[in-house]
Design a protein around this ligand. Structure first.
Ligand code: MSP
Length: 683
């Protein structure tokens, strides 16, 4: 029970109406972060930023899923405890979120003691209510997926989900009586058309539920088989099934990680303030666990269901499924290091309607970058800045009378907020960006229609002033509306046109009116926003998959001039400095797998690696510390010179040398194209 006095209660209720709680899946620590993880997290960040701009109380949660067999196994293989392993790998996600300018309010880890307490509280409550029963289970089990399957489910003795061999097992376990909630769940999904979205996915779930008998859910694993999990509070011989543990994060975080509800420090108030979540964003592969397992768990716990579960599609690369073994996984770190976070954020949301599958290819990325970011937006800004500098001494002039084209530009700008609101409520990110682009396109047409350079030639400074003012104003609004997707770019545009406010600290409703730039404001031209990517010119440069101009976060060009290339960096010309095959054969190159990585004390450059080369584990010291954090190196396959005389670097012995390519500021460790046994010869 929450007690408030009149005004406080009214405030609390008002805030609760507006509150916005959004979650991403919690990612398995075992995986390296890839485009799929980044996609959901960027989408959630856009909505969180938008709601903050509207002044709504926001709680944006992401985190890592750290229990289970895979983590336990991987940790043992590396001689670490599962917790040590999770500590190391969880950091990869946090780092990527920083790089992508993700503004999550909290980062939950399922190894947090507060989370564990809530999972145990839920289990005990369900057990006490008779919602959990002990039974003997006999049937099929997929060890890698940690899932049970019935005879009907399996396909030729293989897991229907991952295609790997299933095992016949018999053991006692605890079951959550999920089946009894089947009808209620069907009713809930039928009555609330926005509970599962998009529509096609909702129909899939309903189709499944209305044609299959829902089973009960095995929510325990005997400790004898798996120790790395949360103990069942009512039977210490068992740990909790990872999905029961993981799904609970959405609720447990409201208790200990959410911002305190206004006017109260009582944790119970926090839970009831934030729960239920407004959106759980998930990939299509984990929709069943969310819409069926989680919903029925909440029904049994007598807690409200989330308002919406949105399942997005999957990314492929050049039309192919991404996989570590093929080596075609897109690492967002690389794209962001090359083009900055905003181009990546923009691309993934603009390219594909949220909910459908999408394909990532160099060509589509480059095309969008060059047409929409470099041409449409970048050129618009640079034209306006150049002309205001040239014709008005760098100060935004005052607008005079309004012509038809001015009116049209203004009306296009004023129609955007409603479109943005509607599109973002539908999570239609690509439509939202299309709406904003209508203003960018209209502004570019406005430049052509008004031909400011001709006005200048004719010395029609009055009309020229109006045109310049309107363009600066259009840019201010473009940046404001783009802010949730491209925060850095938007702020740069504001700075360039002389707005000294932070968009992140502004309120949307205060900034929406047309005409807010003060005449006389001094503009502040900067570098080019998005220099075009020139694929021909840049072939072979750098380490990323796209050969292109490197653009820094601030949008500046980063080029290595040919004359800066040291002679030693140039490939040998035919006939000079060549070696015979017998010389090359003297160098023993071997594939190794990094099993441990740490910085060498007092050196920001040197990293001490333990490298498994099949027959032994070598210690190799490498000067790559400025380019790679030790955690990024773990599990990486590399190539080492295995017959190099040992040498000491800063007092630490190195028994070999790692191969890396470097060009300008980029350094890239050489790695085999496919996973291959450590010790394999490189020739
Ligand atoms: N730990 C569970 C989630 C528990 S949530 C209570 C999990 N983790 S995961 O790391 O394997 O996957 C997280 C998300 O990445 C899922 O939403 C999944 O759909 C998404 N993706 C994995 N590969 C993807 C693509 N190729 N494209 C888009 N998203 C993809 O599942």
């Amino acid at each position: 029970m929450i007690f408030f006095t009149g005004k406080l209660e009214a405030d609390f209720n008002d805030q609760m109406q507006k509150k916005f709680y959004i979650t991403t899946p919690i990612y398995y620590v075992n995986d390296v972060p890839h485009i799929g993880h980044a996609y959901t997290t960027i989408a959630a960040d856009v909505l969180a930023r938008y709601h903050r701009l509207k002044g709504d109380p926001v709680f944006f949660l992401t985190g890592t899923d750290e229990h289970g067999q895979k983590v336990e196994k991987a940790a043992h293989e590396r001689g670490r405890t599962p917790k040590e392993h999770a500590d190391l790998l969880s950091v990869n996600f946090r780092k990527l979120w920083e790089k992508l300018e993700i503004t999550n309010d909290a980062f939950i880890r399922t190894t947090d003691k507060e989370h564990i307490a809530v999972v145990q509280e839920f289990l005990q409550k369900l057990f006490d209510k008779g919602e959990i029963e002990r039974r003997t289970y006999e049937g099929w089990y997929c060890t890698p997926d940690e899932r049970f399957w019935t005879e009907k489910d399996i396909v030729d003795g293989k897991c229907p989900d991952c295609g790997r061999q299933v095992e016949q097992i018999q053991e006692d376990n605890y079951f959550f009586l999920m089946s009894k909630y089947q009808d209620r769940l069907i009713r809930h999904i039928t009555d609330d058309p926005t509970f599962i979205r998009p529509e096609s996915r909702r129909n899939e779930v309903l189709g499944f539920l209305t044609t299959h008998k829902l089973g009960d859910l095995c929510i325990s694993r005997p400790k004898a088989r798996l120790a790395w999990g949360i103990e069942l509070p009512f039977d210490r011989d068992f740990v909790t099934y990872v999905w029961f543990d993981a799904l609970t994060n959405y609720y447990s975080a409201t208790r200990y990680l959410s911002p305190a509800a206004k006017g109260s420090t009582d944790p119970k108030t926090r839970e009831s303030f934030w729960w239920p979540a407004d959106h759980h964003l998930v990939g299509k592969d984990i929709l069943t666990t969310h819409s069926v397992y989680w919903s029925t768990m909440l029904m049994a716990l007598e807690l409200p269901l989330p308002r919406n579960i949105f399942a997005h599609g999957w990314w492929t690369r050049d039309g192919k499924k991404m996989s570590k073994s093929i080596g075609n996984v897109i690492d967002p770190n690389e794209v962001v290091d090359t083009y900055g976070p905003d181009a990546f954020r923009f691309f993934v949301l603009r390219e594909v309607p949220f909910g459908l599958d999408g394909d990532y290819s160099t060509e589509t990325f480059v095309t969008r970058f060059n047409t929409e970011l470099a041409n449409d937006l970048g050129n618009l800004l640079s034209r306006v800045l150049t002309m205001v500098s040239k014709y008005f001494d760098g100060k935004v002039p005052a607008a005079r009378d309004e012509h038809q084209t001015d009116r049209e530009l203004r009306e296009t700008a004023c129609a955007i907020p409603a479109a943005v609101e509607a599109d973002l409520n539908q999570l239609a990110f690509n439509k939202y960006l299309h709406s904003v682009w209508q203003l960018v396109t209209r502004a570019n047409r406005y430049v052509e229609e008004n031909a400011p350079w001709t006005l200048a030639k004719k010395n029609d400074m009055g009309r020229l002033a109006t045109v310049m003012y309107n363009l600066a104003e259009a840019l201010r609004l473009v940046a404001l509306h783009l802010y949730p997707v491209m925060p850095g770019t938007s702020q740069s545009i504001w700075n360039c046109i002389g707005m000294d406010k932070q968009i992140s600290a502004s309120l949307l409703e205060d900034e929406l009116s047309w005409g807010l730039i003060q005449a006389g404001t001094a503009i502040c031209p900067g570098g080019q926003l998005f220099p075009r990517i020139d694929t021909k010119k840049d072939t072979g440069r750098g380490s990323t998959m796209i050969n292109a101009d490197k653009t820094k976060k601030e949008g500046k060009k980063m080029e290595t001039k040919p004359e800066e290339q040291k002679p030693a960096d140039k490939p040998a010309a035919a006939g000079t400095d060549l070696i015979g095959i017998e010389d090359f054969a003297k160098v023993q190159l071997r594939v190794g797998k990094i099993v441990q990585a740490e910085r060498v004390e007092k050196s920001d450059k040197l990293v001490k690696l333990k490298v498994d080369i099949g027959t032994e584990v070598r210690q190799v010291v490498a000067g790559i510390g400025k380019h790679y954090a030790p955690e990024q190196l773990l599990d990486k396959q590399i190539v080492i010179v295995a017959n190099l005389k040992p040498a000491k670097l800063m007092g630490v012995e190195s028994q070999g040398m790692l191969l890396a390519a470097s060009s300008g500021e980029i350094l890239s460790v050489v790695t085999p194209d496919k996973e291959i046994a450590p010790g394999a010869k490189v020739k």
